[in-house]
Design a protein around this ligand. Structure first.
Ligand SMILES: CC(C)(COP(=O)(O)OP(=O)(O)OC[C@H]1O[C@@H](n2cnc3c(N)ncnc32)[C@H](O)[C@@H]1OP(=O)(O)O)[C@@H](O)C(=O)NCCC(=O)NCCS
Length: 180
């Protein structure tokens, strides 16, 4: 298994990975929706606002995570990114690929100067990779959360960041109420 930043020639494989994995776990409609979301995120997001990490077995992409910018108003110093979505191919799940890929992705974001990573999902899984549940009072989510206890963050720098002032803005492809 190797972990790295994606290569643009892998885009179709990544979309296929998300569609299949979410179709397996959540049903075909969700698979199609997430496949389209990932396609749009990769094709529409300016380069400086997105980072994509993959897990490969040989040349096969078997895991992928996307990081996109989450901009907090009034915050110049804290560079924040949202880690979502995450997928590990169904037949590779439960072998540590997801956790290793997330660690790789977070290290790569830290190396790029990112101070704070957010995610939105199952706390049981994401707490294994250093995320803590946070409140919307401390860190305003870009849209209303239907599942507030899935809102999580972790500091990638030296200092513990306990709150950020003001509203947050996600990239346009995430600016859809049904995704939150
Ligand atoms: C969630 C996912 C990325 C985890 O990747 P993975 O490679 O299977 O995870 P790992 O093998 O590194 O870690 C497995 C651990 O996480 C737990 N875990 C895995 N998926 C979980 C989930 N959906 N919810 C809660 N815990 C989960 C396992 O119980 C296991 O715990 P253990 O180490 O105590 O036994 C993967 O299962 C997946 O792609 N699922 C379908 C899509 C999805 O739900 N994505 C996340 C939402 S964006």
């Amino acid at each position: 298994m190797n972990y790295g930043i994606y290569n643009t020639t892998e885009t179709a494989s990544i979309i296929e990975l998300f569609s299949r994995t979410f179709s397996d776990s959540e049903g075909p409609a969700e698979g199609q929706m997430i496949g389209e979301l990932v396609n749009n995120l990769i094709s529409q997001t300016p380069e400086q606002d997105i980072s994509v990490a993959v897990a490969r077995d040989g040349s096969d992409v078997v895991g992928c995570i996307l990081f996109t910018r989450l901009a907090f108003e009034n915050e110049n110093e804290s560079e924040c990114f949202l880690m979502a979505p995450v997928a590990v191919r169904t037949d590779y799940q439960g072998k540590g690929v997801g956790q290793t890929l997330i660690e790789f992705g977070l290290t790569s974001m830290r190396d790029q100067g990112v101070k704070l990573a957010f995610t939105y999902g199952d706390p049981k899984f994401y707490s294994k990779t250093g995320f803590d549940q946070v409140t919307e009072q401390a860190f305003k989510a870009p849209l209303p959360l239907s599942f507030p206890h899935g809102w999580m963050a972790q500091s990638l720098g030296e200092e513990k960041i306990e709150a950020l002032a003001g509203l947050s803005v996600c990239v346009p492809e995430f600016n859809k109420p049904e995704l939150w």
